[in-house]
Design a binder for this molecule. Structure first.
Ligand code: UN1
Length: 499
């Protein structure tokens, strides 16, 4: 019997009101059912928001250093359970356990980093134009926040949102992706174990239109933080705009790596392999375009094909596997669709291009590492996010052309350049239109102590993590304290002439 999981509302584990459930299955072997989960709808969401709303005054009054203590303890629990969680990630999401452990580690890092903010959360103190008057800012929580997270980093991304939201004094309704609810439930259980008061963090599982949309619609939810596709992000932003909610969106990417003729080619190849095929290409930061200078194009391409061909695809818990399956049937179809589009557009399929379904691959959503050559910037495979193990090699003749091609998509999350010329590197840092630029490293691997997010269709001007996290999850209160004992009129009583 698969384990039966529940929603977490007001400190209690409860089923959906309707009693309906859905299953989470192993993407490497769909006979393996990880568990059944509440198929939540508006009534469950409303109950969770009621609980978050009721818990808000108490949590808001809890001193930030004490709120941060709870987050620090969750981080310690994540560390204690790291192996178990990494294996669960492999089983539920498909990434290899080493990457699963990295995902959990990102959560541990976030806890450590943001718990320290409990004793910072700096405001500003500025001079007043008037005598005997004090002017400063303080940070206050936003209120009840709705956090909607994807399946590709089933522990890390929820922690990027939950931990800072908690330290800042917000209460939460959390809707994890329907593909990875078991990972989410484990994280929430660890928050409970760490001593989080009832109602501060509530989780409802289910599908976007049923369990996500009502969060966005509810007037009491003052902020939505969402990571996922640009299509859904646009919908959330327009709906949330009607109630003037704050929306923080982390959306798609079509990240480019530029390889210049003076690059260390070994390094660039290693980086390309990791950036394109790590996590089966299912990162919003994945390297999906490699823009290669013609002087090194042939060598680079041949060697990338050789190395990608050797990648061992399979179930992550089997020995020596380097690349797991795609998350689900729909994603498999999307990748197949784009391979066909690429062929029709005249790109050259250099490696892979097929789903794997025989033998050990039966019952899973496996796909070959796939490389297209001769791709130009107008092609759909160079413009649209695929979210799979498919990479496009795009030849260019100059640095200027490389930057033009790199910037030719609607997205702007991550970018990278391989060069040994410091001038070229710094020019690229300045000219690549992306929220993140790596020099001599692939487009993946952001660290939580720097802001994370992107330009153009990748978001709406917000950043997660780093110093941004506190800014995003708080409202600024400007405070004026007049201790003169008399009415002083700003802009009028300034004593310009009597200093
Ligand atoms: C994502 O794919 O949504 O920078 C996040 C990286 C990881 C996070 C990726 N640290 O690749």
């Amino acid at each position: 019997m698969p384990e039966s999981y529940q929603n977490f509302i007001g400190g209690k584990w409860v089923p959906a009101r309707s009693g309906e459930t859905f299953e989470s299955r192993n993407p490497a072997n769909t006979d393996d059912v990880i568990g059944t989960f509440p198929r939540s709808r508006e009534e469950d969401v409303v109950a969770a928001i009621d609980a978050a709303h009721a818990a808000f005054p108490g949590w808001r009054r809890t001193p930030a250093p004490l709120r941060a203590d709870v987050v620090r303890r969750v981080g310690q629990l994540l560390a204690e359970h790291k192996d178990e969680l990494a294996r669960l990630e492999t089983r539920e999401m498909g990434k290899v356990p080493e990457e699963g452990a990295g995902d959990v580690q990102e959560g541990i890092d976030m806890a450590e980093y943001i718990a320290g903010e409990g004793r910072r959360m700096f405001g500003e103190t500025v001079p007043s134009e008037l005598r005997d008057k004090f002017a400063l800012t303080a940070r206050q929580p936003v209120g009840v926040v709705g956090l909607i997270t994807p399946w590709n980093f089933p522990i890390a991304i929820p922690t990027w949102k939950i931990f800072p939201a908690l330290v800042c004094g917000n209460t939460i309704i959390f809707k994890p992706a329907e593909d990875t609810p078991a990972c989410a439930a484990r994280l929430v259980a660890l928050c409970e174990e760490a001593g989080l008061p009832a109602g501060v963090l509530n989780m409802v599982t289910g599908y976007g239109p049923e369990a996500g949309a009502p969060i966005v619609e509810d007037e009491r939810v003052r902020m939505i933080s969402f990571t996922g596709s640009s299509v859904v992000g646009r919908e959330i932003a327009s709906r949330a705009g009607r109630s003037l909610k704050k929306t923080m969106l982390e959306l798609g990417g079509k990240n480019a790596m530029v390889v210049m003729p003076d690059a260390n080619l070994e390094l660039a190849l290693e980086g390309a392999l990791w950036g394109a095929f790590g996590t089966t290409g299912q990162r919003c930061t994945a390297t999906s375009r490699i823009i290669v200078h013609k002087d090194v194009l042939d060598t680079f391409t041949k060697r990338l094909i050789d190395q990608a061909r050797k990648l061992r695809v399979g179930y992550g818990l089997d020995e020596g596997v380097q690349m797991g399956p795609l998350i689900n049937e729909q994603q498999l179809q999307t990748v197949e669709k784009y391979v066909n589009i690429g062929k029709q557009e005249g790109a050259k399929l250099l490696l892979g291009g097929h789903a794997l379904s025989e033998g050990q691959y039966a019952g899973g959503y496996f796909f070959e590492p796939t490389i297209f050559g001769n791709v130009n910037y107008r092609m759909r495979i160079a413009q649209e996010e695929i979210f799979g193990p498919v990479v496009a090699i795009m030849p260019v003749s100059s640095y200027e052309e490389a930057i033009k091609v790199a910037n030719s998509t609607e997205y702007g999350l991550s970018s990278s350049i391989y060069t040994s010329d410091v001038n070229t590197a710094f020019r690229a840092v300045h000219e690549l239109e992306a929220g993140i630029t790596y020099v001599n490293a692939p487009t993946i691997g952001a660290e939580i102590q720097l802001p994370f997010g992107g330009l153009k269709a990748t978001g709406n001007g917000h950043r997660e993590a780093g110093t941004s996290a506190i800014k995003e999850f708080t409202e600024i209160k400007s405070v004026y304290v007049d201790y003169s004992g008399k009415l002083q009129r700003a802009q009028i009583d300034v004593e310009h002439h009597s200093v």
